[in-house]
Ligand binder design. Sequence first.
Ligand code: ADP
Ligand code: MG
Length: 242
Amino acid sequence: MSTVEIKNLHKSFGSLEVLRGIDFTVESGQVVCVIGPSGSGKSTLLRCVNLLEQPTSGTVVVDGVDLTDPDVDIDAARRHIGMVFQQFNLFPHLTVRRNVTIAQERVLKRSKGECDRVARENLEKVGLIEKIDAYPPQLSGGQQQRVAIARALAMNPSLMLFDEPTSALDPELVGDVLAVMRKLAEDGMTMLVVTHEMGFAREVADRVVFMDGGVIVEDGPPEQVIADPQHERTREFLRRVL
Ligand code: ADP
Ligand code: MG
């Protein structure tokens, strides 16, 4: 499984400095939850980890490969990183099966039979094998998000990034998605998760990182950052979300 090392990461959009020197690491098999107010740079941080955004300066090293090195094969590096977004981004006009096989076929050049086998295996994992021939609009938001997770897993990632995966869901659908993520964590996946689900962070995360204003204010085990925060900014944020 992957490791992530971020050193002195800065990201600006024009004159707006969104990340102002971020340092942290994720050890192999760890789950790190990133929390913080809207606009604090959480999504930008995640997007810098798979180079959906180009960092302004600093380094992002995944599995020993510096993704900010201009000579790096970014497509190859990115292939090992799965990402799940708040909006599931499934192809609505393709079946669940096709949504989970298309990148395997086109990017990994797997045979049709192999793509199908891997799709089934991962749809089993997220509890949706019976929906394999359905179309996304026929599914609930929670089911669509689980398909999106299966689609990411089908690429055999060694690192999974989640950006508020349950924020767009009706409350009663959140639990099923979190259960799938918890199982993934138990299976040893390295995970970086932006979330407002404090219960999940408390129970599943090895570390919780609190971001505010483009910097990390606090980084530690959940029993410290959530239960006994050291900084007033963290305490104020938690009072609002808990
Ligand atoms: P969070 O995920 O914590 O809510 P974001 O990383 O999405 O925060 O955004 C942090 C700041 O960066 C916000 O002020 C946002 O408007 C700005 N921002 C994010 N992406 C872009 C972009 N592509 N261009 C310009 N500004 C952006
Ligand atoms: Mg965000």
